[in-house]
Every structure is written in C-alpha cells, then in structure tokens.
Design a protein around this ligand. Structure first.
Ligand SMILES: NC(=O)c1ccc[n+]([C@@H]2O[C@H](COP(=O)([O-])OP(=O)(O)OC[C@H]3O[C@@H](n4cnc5c(N)ncnc54)[C@H](OP(=O)(O)O)[C@@H]3O)[C@@H](O)[C@H]2O)c1
Length: 341
C-alpha cells in the first residue's frame, strides 16, 4: 500500500539547531545499529521507520557496518526509502559513518582517505542514494594523520556525496583539532556523536564545553544504555532482548551494583509519571548544548513510548540532585578507547 505520512507530523516534535549551523534535528532521532539488519523481519523495520516519520522523526542514523551482517541495515533502509520514503527525501536527514572494521585487508577500517571515501561510495550504493546528509568519521584513528581523515570528509562534501560532516567518539582535544582542520578547508564540523546516558556521563567533563565553544552540535547515542535504562531488565533478561542474544550488550554489564542504580532510577521516574526509558531520554536533553538524543527501538510500541518522553522534559533541582546519586559511571562505555586519545 502506498505510504501517506501523517499530516500532523511536524506539530509536536521539537527541532533543535545543530551548533552554529542552519540544520535543525529532531530532539529524538532513530538509530539503526541494531534491529534493522537481515536478522530482523523487514516488515517490523518498515513499521518502526514509518511510525518514526509519522511522529516527526526526520533523522535516521546509520553506519557502514550496521546489521548484522555488516551493510544490511543500509540495504534495508534503502529498501524502505524505495518503498515508502523516497518522495520525502528532502524532509529526511540521513547519516552514515566509516571507521570500524567493514571489509578485509588493510583498507577496510580506521581513517585513511582510501577507506573513508570507498566506504561512503559503498554506503550510497547500498541505500540507493546520491548523497547523505551527514557523513561521520566513526572513531579516531591514532595511526592516520587527522588531516588525512578530515580531508576525506571535506572531499566527500566537495564531491556532493555529503552535505555536512561529523565525528564520533573523539576526545575534546581531538575534536578541537578536527574542527580547526575542517574550518581551514572550508567545511565546518557540524556535529559530534558521543555515547551519553545516565550511566555514562563522560561528555560532561570537557567535551560539551568544547562543542559549545566551537559551535558544534551534539547528538548523544545509546541514551538508554542499550536497553539497560528501560524496564527491559528489571526482572531479569527476557527472551529476544539485546542482552539475551549474541550482541553488543554483554550480560556481564548488568551487574548487581548497576542494576540497583537502575531500580532506584526507575522509582524516581515513576514519581515523575514517566517510564524509566522516558526519564532517561528526557535527562539526556536537559542540557541546552544537546541537539538530539539518538535511541534505538525494536518495536513500534518502544518507539511510541520514547517519543512520549518529549512531553515531559523539565526536571526540578531536587529531582536532578536525587538522580545524581544513582547516575554514576558504570563501566558501560564501549567506545572509550576512541575518546581516550
Ligand atoms: N557512533 C557510534 O559509535 C555509535 C555506537 C552505538 C550506537 N550508535 C547510534 O545510536 C543508536 C542507538 O543506540 P542503541 O540502540 O544502543 O540505543 P539505546 O536507545 O540506548 O538502546 C536501544 C535498545 O533499548 C531497548 N529499548 C528502546 N526503547 C525501549 C523502551 N521504550 N522500552 C524498553 N526497551 C526499550 C531496545 O532493546 P531490545 O532490542 O532488547 O528490545 C532497543 O534496541 C544506534 O542505532 C546508532 O545509530 C552510535
């Protein structure tokens, strides 16, 4: 059936400017890292993506290796564009990334010009697109000159294959260097994509100040700590959940200590008349320097619950103080190596 988007889709979603740029992003963006590969039924992915667009989510985030298998999330998203969303291309912000292992041999990962530009061509081919809106360096490469990686991002823009560029999981220091290189090339650094949640607060120490100084936007990923900051694991590991299958969420991360913090946060959320997922999302947006929060979903129901978080974004001082007692580092930042340089 032909897809007709909801006519009221722009009425409730807040849109925020990415740094000092002209680009507005929805407060909540949808990530396709998990749940959109060939291991999931296309019809489920299709229902989630359609519902997201109907609810005002204009930004869909991908990477070359999202799946599994690698590349399959982009392939499936390409099918969904073809089936439903292609007529609305100018209403969409589609991002992809290169940096992690994608293909064999010396040119299939990290930050060389050779890899980064070949990967973008492959991503465009899988999605059936002429250009992406944002192209990211997915992680900092300590062995490649930063000028080379940033030069490749600049080339992607000059080739018309990307409108804007971003970096992900770079330290504050490397972010400043990257921004300076890109500025000199004439391609501003639009946005940084770091991990950020109640259990992973590394960006608060320095990165957010750097981004504000440089006029760079911030889209925090894994705001639900891959599902730990929801009701998913409050009573153990249910069948089908990310921690219950071979995935990036190791059950070893669900320690007794961390889960007791999650239980306490869940109580606070209840007093705010929110679910834990909703409070966790709202909390990541409490700082005006945050442009968007980038969550995943494995069902339409999860997505709808998450969008409803935007109805209650305010926190009292007392709530924030109480949350701070439990919102402490919990060794879940799997991307720390990239930002440690
Ligand atoms: N730049 C990078 O290096 C990087 C790294 C990681 C992620 N990301 C981006 O960030 C996006 C989000 O990452 P993520 O998937 O880890 O994010 P997340 O939002 O922290 O976790 C999403 C998972 O939480 C569960 N969930 C979501 N809403 C729920 C709800 N209302 N109730 C109960 N459970 C709920 C689902 O788990 P189940 O599947 O178990 O149902 C879902 O798959 C990715 O898709 C990607 O775009 C970027």
């Amino acid at each position: 059936m032909t897809y007709t988007p909801h006519p009221g889709r722009y009425e409730r979603m807040p849109y925020k400017r990415a740094g000092r740029s002209g680009l507005l992003l929805p407060a909540l963006s949808l990530g396709l890292w998990n749940n959109f590969g060939h291991d999931h039924p296309l019809e489920t992915s299709r229902a989630i993506v359609r519902r997201a667009f109907d609810l005002g989510i204009t930004h869909f985030d991908l990477a070359n290796n999202y799946g599994p298998p690698y590349g399959s999330a982009e392939e499936n998203f390409g099918k969904l564009l073809h089936l439903d969303l292609a007529p609305f291309r100018d209403e969409l912000v589609i991002s992809t990334k290169a940096g992690y292992d994608m293909w064999g041999g010396p040119y299939g990962e990290w930050g060389s010009r050779k890899y980064v530009l070949a990967s973008l061509d492959q991503s465009l081919g899988r999605m059936g697109l002429d250009y992406v809106d944002i192209f990211y360096s997915h992680r900092f490469d300590p062995e490649t000159p930063l000028e080379e990686t940033m030069g490749a991002l600049d080339t992607a823009v000059r080739q018309g294959k990307a409108l804007y560029v971003g970096i992900s999981s770079y330290s504050a220091r490397k972010t400043r260097e990257a921004a300076a290189i890109l500025r000199a090339l004439g391609t501003p650094l639009l946005i940084h994509q770091p991990s950020y949640s109640l259990l992973n607060r590394w960006i608060e120490a320095e990165l957010l100040d750097t981004l504000a100084d440089e006029g760079i936007g911030c889209i925090g990923f894994s705001p639900l700590a891959q599902g730990m900051l929801t009701d998913r694991y409050l009573g153990g590991i249910p069948e089908g959940a990310r921690a219950g299958r071979e995935s990036t969420l190791s059950p070893a991360l669900l320690t007794e200590e961390t889960m007791s913090k999650v239980q306490a946060l869940n109580q606070i959320a209840g007093r705010r008349s929110q679910t834990l997922a909703q409070m966790a999302l709202a909390w990541t947006l409490r700082d005006p320097r945050m442009t968007s929060t980038l969550a995943g979903a494995s069902s339409v129901a999860q997505l709808e619950e998450n969008v409803a978080a935007l109805e209650r974004l305010d926190f009292s001082g007392e709530e924030l103080t109480e949350i701070d007692r439990y919102a402490t580092e919990s060794n879940i930042n799997l991307w720390a190596q990239s930002s440690s340089v």
